[in-house]
Write a protein that binds this ligand. Structure first.
Ligand code: SF4
Length: 417
């Protein structure tokens, strides 16, 4: 077979092509696993029924986590969730994760569905997170999801691949979030539209799986169809005891990328995306002193144990000034954070702890902002109304968020190496 990228190789296998498929080619491919959450399942089920479909193609390959409005906050949400539960039961969907398991993009990998070399589709734009484990993960709308529920297949255009090589030495107060924001700020919110972004280089190799998830999660914020980190030994270690099926790592061949960008992050400072654009990125130091009403640490971007640990390290023995909401990304994260004392540290510092889920990230549940309020959030979107009408969301790392919670102002976190 000719040389190709991870994406080309995954689409070649998934489409059953004897030859390596080429970027730009439009093909139909079989999906390995699909995910839809409480919000999008409602729409996908409706489309599935309107198409006249009665049975899903494979109940073992459909994953439904409830995360967007959990527990239900009103009768409407409760009724919709009840309908999805009933449909999942009728269709014998066993991979159903009800309220409390956590955010879909954390639960899906934790439960071993995101594996190297697989084609994964979620009815949620941040399904690109699964690329952190060497998969091609991408988001679709409800009608496409209904088609996959029904046949297990969908059409795709094989994307070109942008290789983003990151080298240099990370400062102690700089993390994957800052790298991702800096890259989005440089390339722009449409800088990778319909491309696969492959993150490579020594800094990426050094990142934990958690950091790689943060990086890949933000891929769609520059328009990427998928964001992928080449799998390695860390991937296998993380997946040990989780993987739902055997898998084979897939790698890009030398010289197969369509575009290559290089970044040296040695001098990178903590970054912040200023409302109302995710690519309106500036060093935190330029906005030092901005008064903060709320701090939110959580979401599929930065609600993992590593993120909570950074916050706890900064808050230990101190007291927050800005109201602070911490929402672990999953039950697994919450349990681990309880066991190692992180939750106690955060609560003693004055933080509120919410149940695993999306929380206020989409402005539909607890912790939404009032008009004109400023929130430093570890989430991934800051467009108008995202966390409440008139709220101002500044996207930053868990370290920046925790340091800002302590001072009541946006500040550069101080962390010694
Ligand atoms: Fe979407 Fe936010 Fe939930 Fe992630 S945490 S899935 S970005 S609503």
């Amino acid at each position: 077979m000719a040389t190709g990228t991870i994406s080309q190789k995954i689409f070649s296998r998934a489409s059953g092509s004897a030859n390596l498929v080429e970027p730009g080619e439009i093909l139909e491919a079989g999906v390995d696993y699909v995910m839809s959450h409480d919000g999008t399942s409602v729409l996908a089920i409706k489309a599935f029924q309107e198409m006249g479909s009665e049975k899903v193609w494979d109940p073992e390959r459909i994953v439904i986590p409830f995360d967007h409005i959990v527990p239900a906050n009103n009768e409407t949400a409760a009724e919709l969730q009840k309908d999805v539960r009933a449909w999942a039961k009728e269709q014998k969907i066993s991979n159903f994760f009800d309220c409390g398991f956590g955010v879909c993009h954390q639960v899906f990998p934790e439960q071993g569905f995101a594996l190297p070399g697989l084609l994964l589709v979620g009815a949620d734009s941040h399904s690109c997170t699964y690329g952190a484990l060497g998969a091609f993960g991408t988001g679709v709308g409800a009608t496409d999801m209904a088609e996959i529920y029904s046949r297990g297949r969908l059409w795709f255009k094989v994307p070109e691949t942008i290789a983003v090589r990151v080298s240099g030495r990370l400062r102690p107060n700089v993390s994957a979030k800052d790298i991702a924001l800096m890259i989005i700020g440089t390339l722009g919110a449409d800088g990778a539209t319909y491309k696969a972004v492959e993150y490579i280089g020594p800094v990426i190799e050094d990142l934990s799986i958690s950091g790689r998830m943060t990086l890949c999660n933000l891929g769609v914020e520059m328009g990427a169809k998928a964001a992928i980190v080449p799998p390695d030994k860390k991937t296998d270690v993380w997946l040990a005891g989780r993987a739902r099926q055997p898998y084979k790592q897939v790698h890009s061949d030398p010289g197969s990328y369509d575009y290559e960008y290089e970044y040296d992050i040695t001098d990178l400072e903590p970054q912040v995306a200023v409302p109302y654009r995710v690519d309106n990125v500036r060093p935190v130091s330029e906005l030092d002193g901005l008064e903060v009403d709320q701090v939110f640490i959580g979401t599929c971007t930065n609600g993992r144990l590593e993120d909570l640990a950074v916050a706890a390290r900064i808050l230990k023995g101190k007291r927050v000034i800005a109201r602070t909401l911490v929402i672990p990304a999953s039950r697994e994260v919450l349990l681990a954070a309880l066991q190692c004392g992180i939750i106690q540290t955060l609560v003693e510092a004055g933080a509120m702890i919410g149940p695993p889920g999306c929380g206020p990230c989409l402005g539909a549940h607890m912790g939404v902002l009032a008009e004109g309020e400023v929130c430093v959030s570890t989430s991934n979107r800051n467009f108008p109304g995202r966390m409440g009408k008139g709220g101002l969301v500044y996207l930053a790392s868990p370290a920046t968020a925790a340091a800002s919670a302590l001072s009541g102002y946006l500040v550069v976190p101080e962390i010694s190496g």
